[in-house]
Design a protein around this ligand. Structure first.
Ligand SMILES: Cc1cc2nc3c(=O)[nH]c(=O)nc-3n(C[C@H](O)[C@H](O)[C@H](O)COP(=O)(O)OP(=O)(O)OC[C@H]3O[C@@H](n4cnc5c(N)ncnc54)[C@H](O)[C@@H]3O)c2cc1C
Length: 402
């Protein structure tokens, strides 16, 4: 190890960015503060739980997706924009630098500790036409693509704007409610679900609130329905063995969670779902110098079940990874990760949300306000929280005066 340890973090989402910020704040011996490098293929962090607010224009891109350069200003964290290509196998004797990451542009970055937080993607190869004709909803680009398409349709003379949303999990339901509130009587929205109920993983209270919100907005829900094919202006729906071709202007694809393909090239042992197997200390099996967290890591709870892929989990894990990386570099014992389920929140249109957790169940405008405040508190860096909070306080006044 060189005199100053080098920590390299791959992926600047909920797992990676928050690990970097916490590592930067830990107490390091004088002269021993490590070189922390954060690598992401994007220039901006994305606070995904608030992405829906871009559909209705309730929030702006800079609030939800601040640039890494801005968030890391004033810290000792170096940001490198680049896509991860390869992690050399330690048993590969021909590689000149075993402890280094290679980016697609050929840059090599050495490390003493590596943190993997590359997240997941929405797969687009299960049905013909998905990659060519649908919009997913995971990134800032997806939200802008949807907005651009809606603007064109809103400016046209067509009476109805027909939208099919495939997948009635959290993303599908939340997108449907926001779209309905944006398009109002012009929207004709269909939610397509292969299972026999919406939100199979949600609490009953949240599912019932979601059903009510969908009904109030006139959103049609197709249960036990599969998709046969998608074209530029239609979607094929299979229900009880019969296929119907429905004309549509937009298809949103929100089904599935596939580990970032870069993981496959890293030479690590993966579980059946392609996730990185880690110990309870969040260390990659057989590679104690590498830590993994978030959607890409397979972590077992004490009851033997895998913990869910959520921002809440990645955020909690970032505390443990930062602490354990610090401990491993300062000869202290590492802590086992324990997940605390704080409940779940969903936004169900303008000024409407639902939440349940920690013995509390709430829906309507009060849940909407609570969700907003919780997320404001969770935004990265105090400076960004203050900027966004100030904007929320002053926006109504600006709108009134303009
Ligand atoms: C629309 C939406 C709403 C959500 N709402 C909620 C919610 O309300 N509550 C909740 O708990 N969870 C929510 N989630 C889930 C949550 O976003 C994820 O569980 C969480 O982001 C996982 O964190 P992560 O760090 O593992 O991955 P991510 O946050 O996805 O970060 C991964 C990062 O890695 C980068 N990356 C990927 N591949 C490469 C590569 N090859 N090279 C370089 N960089 C790369 C990506 O650009 C990204 O910045 C939502 C997800 C979506 C899509």
């Amino acid at each position: 190890m060189t005199s100053v340890p080098r920590i390299c973090i791959l992926g600047g989402g909920f797992g990676g960015l928050y690990t970097a910020l916490k590592l930067n704040q830990l107490a390091w011996e004088p002269g021993q503060k490590p070189e922390i490098t954060l690598i992401d293929r994007q220039t901006n962090f994305v606070f995904t739980p608030l992405l829906y607010e871009l559909i209705t224009g309730e929030m702006q891109g800079w609030e939800i997706a601040p640039p890494f350069a801005e968030l890391l200003k004033g810290t000792d964290i170096r940001f490198v924009q680049g896509a991860v290509k390869q992690l050399p196998h330690t048993e590969d004797p021909t590689h000149p630098a075993p402890n280094s990451v290679t980016l697609t542009d050929g840059t090599e970055i050495g490390y003493d500790r590596l943190v993997l937080a590359l997240g997941c993607e929405t797969p687009s190869d299960s049905v013909a036409g998905v990659s060519e004709h649908t919009i997913s909803f995971r990134s800032l680009e997806d939200a802008y693509k949807l907005d651009a398409k809606l603007r064109i349709l809103e400016a046209a003379t067509t009476e109805k704007i027909r939208i099919a949303i495939v997948g009635a999990g959290y993303t599908g339901v939340e997108v449907a409610c926001k779209l309905a509130d944006r398009l109002k009587e012009r929207g004709r929205i269909r939610l397509i679900q292969s299972r026999d109920k919406i939100l199979p993983n949600a609490t009953e209270f949240n599912r019932n609130a979601a059903l009510k919100a969908l009904e109030q907005r006139g959103i049609w829900v197709d249960l036990e329905t599969n998709v046969s094919e998608i074209t530029a202006d239609s979607i094929g729906l299979i229900y009880k063995g019969q296929t119907d071709i429905i004309p549509v202007e937009v298809v949103m694809w929100t089904v599935g969670n596939q580990v970032s393909p870069a993981i496959n090239h890293l030479g690590l042992s993966l579980n059946a779902q392609g996730k990185i197997a880690v110990s309870d200390k969040l260390q990659v099996l057989d590679r104690p110098e590498i830590f993994a967290l978030g959607d890409a890591a397979a972590v077992l709870e004490t009851d033997g079940k895998f913990i869910p892929s959520t921002a809440q989990v990645a955020f909690q894990q970032s505390d443990f990874v930062a602490w354990n990386v610090w401990s491993s570099l300062t000869d202290r014992p590492l802590l086992p990760f324990r997940y605390t389920d704080l409940g779940e929140m969903m936004v169900l249109g303008d000024n409407n949300a639902v939440l349940s957790g920690l013995g509390i169940q709430l829906d309507g405008p009060l849940a909407y306000l609570t969700r907003r405040l919780v997320y404001l508190y969770r935004l990265p860096t105090l400076e960004h929280q203050l900027k966004v909070g100030f904007n929320w306080l002053t926006q109504p006044l600006v709108k009134l005066l303009s």
